[in-house]
Design a binder for this molecule. Structure first.
Ligand code: SF4
Length: 314
């Protein structure tokens, strides 16, 4: 992005982000890569298709892949948990919507302007958190506004202003279908900047994160890079986990090897998901960081032992 550096004065954090995002090469990728990756995944998924109907396709998200690789029992538990909106969960979608509006908003909106506009738009949707938002008490709504405002303010303070020439897109949906739609890999990318020129990569794919850094965040982005490559043929050039609380980007340049690794990881996870969904196998329990928020952490022996040991060490 350095060739389209904005004239606006940037603070040190914004300049660091701009330098990091603009510094990597723009490699050319083999135009056959898209077909090769698709062939690899077609081959891997082929034996699974007989277990999946067209009426009930298997939707595979980064979340499901991450859970299966972290702890299979957690994945199984998550399938049966009823999803409920809450203020902390709604904070993510509201702040992402506010950042989306920032791209096209005229004038000089404040973070609160954007958050209010985001909530108003989401309340009028037919899906997502619309019912939840309309049913909030005044206190809950104020809490949601404060939480989302904090995220949007931090983003505006530490991320360079989004220039139109960068072609910013937010909440961009990506999807790849296999077996006539029986298996669908899908995701929603928080923020994308830049664009490819033919086979020369130029896009930067960004996931906005709160909380601590975690290695699985880069795996999530690799999954998105894979789907994006299956979609357009030219991969993004750079993957970025942007940690809002630190104002810091963690970056990884996209390579062919990275995409093949993401394809193998995805194929392994989907195979296991099909087995677990079919109830043919006993899910493995793998204690780790996920135990802290697992709904089974008061009954799972492995999780209880792990959390007890962690508390004693801290
Ligand atoms: S408590 Fe930990 S080990 Fe047990 S199911 Fe949950 S994530 Fe897995």
């Amino acid at each position: 992005m350095s060739e389209v550096l904005a004239p606006a004065a940037l603070n040190a954090a914004q300049q660091q982000v701009l330098d990091q995002l603009g510094s990597t090469d723009r490699p050319n990728f083999d135009p056959a890569l898209r077909a090769q990756l698709r062939h690899e995944l077609d081959q891997a998924f082929e034996p699974m298709l007989e277990h999946i109907s067209l009426e009930e396709p298997l939707f595979v998200s980064k979340r499901a892949i991450s859970m299966v690789h972290n702890c299979e029992q957690l994945y199984v538990a998550d399938q049966t948990e009823e999803f409920r909106w809450s203020v902390p969960i709604a904070r993510g979608i509201v702040s992402h919507k506010a950042i989306e509006l920032l791209v096209g908003y005229r004038g000089n909106p404040t973070p609160l302007d954007l958050v209010d506009a985001a909530i108003a738009r989401l309340e009028n949707d037919q899906f997502g958190p619309a019912d939840f938002l309309r049913g909030l008490s005044e206190g809950e709504r104020a809490e949601l506004v404060a939480l989302a405002n904090d995220r949007v303010t931090t983003f505006m303070e530490t991320f360079p202003p989004l220039e139109r020439q960068w072609r910013p897109t937010t909440e961009a949906r990506v999807r790849a279908e296999f077996g006539e739609g029986r298996i669908q890999l899908s995701g929603k990318i928080d923020l994308q900047l830049g664009f490819a020129r033919g086979t020369q990569a130029g896009k930067v794919t960004i996931d906005l994160k709160t909380g601590r850094t975690h290695r699985s965040h880069m795996d999530d982005l690799r999954f998105y890079a894979l789907i994006d490559t299956l979609k357009s043929g030219t991969p993004p050039r750079l993957l970025v986990s942007y940690y809002l609380e630190q104002g810091l980007p963690h970056t990884e340049a996209v390579t062919e090897e990275l995409l093949w690794s993401a394809a193998r990881r995805t194929a392994e996870a989907v195979a296991r998901i099909v087995e677990l969904n079919g109830g043919e196998v006993t899910p493995a329990r793998t204690p780790g960081g996920s135990c802290s928020f697992c709904p089974l952490n008061d009954s799972c022996e492995e999780g209880i032992a792990y959390l007890t040991e962690r508390r004693q060490l801290s």
